[in-house]
Design a protein around this ligand. Sequence first.
Ligand code: SF4
Ligand code: SF4
Length: 385
Amino acid sequence: MEYRRMKRSGFDVSVVGLGGEHLTNKSSQEVEAVVKTALESGINIFDLFMPQHQVRDYIGKALSGVRQQVYLQGHIGSTLEDGQYKRSRDPEKCRLAFEDFLTRYKTDYVDIGMLHYIDTAEDFKTVFEGDMLEYALKLKAQGTIRAIGVSSHEPFTALTAIESGYVDVLMFSVNPAYDLLPANTDVYDFFENHTYENGSLLGMDKDRAKLYAACEARGVGITVMKTLGAGQLLDEKSSPFGRAMTISQCIHYSLSQPGVCSALIGCTTPEQVLEAVKYTSASETEKDYSNVLSSSPKYAMTGRCMYCNHCLPCPSNIDIAAVTKYLYLAKAALEGNIPETVRSHYSLLKSTAQDCIQCGSCEPNCPFGVKIIDNMQEALQVFGR
Ligand code: SF4
Ligand code: SF4
């Protein structure tokens, strides 16, 4: 297993994490088998948004004895009403559901206290200017939560939350299908095929790219939900690319985006956990998602780097994907202020844009038609080397 550091919180999380959602209604034995396999596979981060008592009890039991070794994402605002999940902004209901979390998971702290499911500017205002943020800050001050998170599917709102300066971790839906969609797409439309049928879209939506860049620059770690596009990406009939992706390709896509630290996969059996963690031993060819995207009959993903490194080898040993990623991060920086982290990462590269001899051997190899030489010249201007 590989681990990535979430800079603001200092947590070292496994690149593949477990989403607990689908364990609701499973038996104690089934839950225990999934959690045990996840732990044995090196998974150390669990998203536990579910408010139902039974699943909390079962996972709590399965995690007993290893609490200190794992990071739990517990959600503030995920409550239970008449036995069913309900997103709530009622401070008392949120408090009760959160305290129930502590009791049932037999713990006195939560690593990431997620302000749950904020997708609109109005809701952001309710949460951040009302009792919920205040509650989260109080919990953090007393050590009951170690980091503040926000879960969202909507890039404008998520970016506003990140820029508030309060957020340490963002849980966001990252996959190549959603990344094509404009920021105002309704979350429920993500799952509809018709959403993807209105012609060629040109690569990643710029607002999503801006969000990921802002997270990277501010050290906000992203944990990914909907890594597999609710399973749609795994089937050629439902994949918007007209071709099925593998789990490893989906995970690799999300982990290739700036700021992303862990791709959470919802599993209901030990076999599914093992299938997901196969990513960690997959070859570069098995993880490579570029062919699916670039050969899609429906979309033209041209011009934007997808960090696949198909353009190598470079006679000057330039890591073209890395240079391009830092260039994008610098260009996305607010008011031209390039974050020090981006500058220092760039400075650690052995070969940089200044080493480009403009031989042009890379460009024909790029499946996305990226103008690599132009990017190298721009990176040289931006970083001075
Ligand atoms: S054009 Fe520049 S970046 Fe591309 S292969 Fe040649 S030296 Fe490397
Ligand atoms: S320039 Fe093209 S081939 Fe190279 S990493 Fe970017 S998308 Fe991949």
